[in-house]
Design a protein around this ligand. Sequence first.
Ligand SMILES: Cc1ncc(COP(=O)(O)O)c(C=O)c1O
Length: 436
Amino acid sequence: MGSGQDLYKKARLRIPGGTQLLSKRPEMFLPEQWPSYYSKAKGVDLWDLDGKKYTDMSYQGIGACVLGYADPDVNKAVHDATDAGSMTTLNCPEEVDLAELLCELHPWAQMVRYARCGGEAMAIAVRVARASTGRDKIAFCGYHGWQDWYLAANLAHDDALVGHLLPGLAPAGVPRGLTGTAFPFRYNHLDELEKIVSENGDELAAIVMEPIRNFEPEPGFLEGVRRIASRIGAVLIIDEVSAGWRLATGGAHLRYGITPDIAVFAKAMSNGYPMAAIIGVADVMQAFQNTFISSTYWTERIGPSAALATIRKHRQLNVAQHLIEIGTQIQVGWRAAASRAKLAVTVSGIPPLSHFSFDYKDGLTMRTLFTQIMLGKGFLATDSFYASYAHQSNHVKRYLTAVEEAFSVIAAAADRNEVSQPLKGPVAHTGFRRLA
Ligand SMILES: Cc1ncc(COP(=O)(O)O)c(C=O)c1O
């Protein structure tokens, strides 16, 4: 067992749930075997606590490091910001430069506010929508963070959030008084949104959704959502926390021709340094002046400096096109490897945020075995691949050769009905659960 696993055992005693982010729990990948901690990272490579090197073909910083780990240009901007003093009594000019740049990239928006995390920024957007409309209720689609406004959906039906990314999110600690304030609808199911609207229309403050994630929008869906929001006077909030900076320099909504009232960015906008932005039309954004939203660390200099460097490089190098090309190579490779091994595998997601599933009863065991085999070959790998600018065709080639071998081992084990037999530890977890 490596030093990372030893440290994780200690962590579980000191840190409830073991980690700060569910998606970084070792149990979500490969219980009792995952390296768990890194000592350093560069490009697409990282080193565990024992100095063993892995190529990251999984989540690349849970989608945050769109340029690659420790990007030299972003790091230079951050060093400059810290050398010049990253926190003072006065404001940093970079926050104004960044506001100008975000509005230039999204000409429908006129004003910008900042936060540092995605879920936090989404909660701010929802507060502003409520302040701007004087209404309480929210219709939403997809995952938007851990905050009360969102988990309130599970107060009424404890499975309302199933299918919106994370099953098993109990609303413990969310005030019961929020029951009946958040209503989920599924992507491409305009009828479900229409039903929410027919029951709550003039009480809806906002319609909240990602522009795209796993499925392409069906013709008329995004236009329909926009039309409904305008008709009922609800604020259309597009959550670009994950989709943003993957298909365009800016929000994915730019590619799909949808005009939001508010768009929210975090993750990839600053290549791993904490930063989030809420951008919007002046009319709605002016409501920031009527509701108290304010925090000390939203004023620090590292986040906006990292964001400016990331976005400028993203635009200059057409990073989105690179992510699409690399992600497409991965999707094509997964399909080919599955067909050669005669495995039933479904590939989904926009190419920069690609996903596959083993379509079997013991698909999760197969995924765990896949991670185990790939780890042995020097890759961090699971059923998702998030592309970065640092991923090059040679990484993809090396990875796909390993995937072919892994798929054929898994197919052979499945033929013998022995998928769990080669596992050296328990099967991975999915969703949220309490750790024993
Ligand atoms: C679409 C979307 N919204 C919000 C969030 C929450 O962001 P954060 O983890 O930075 O709070 C995520 C995180 O995965 C996300 O994918």
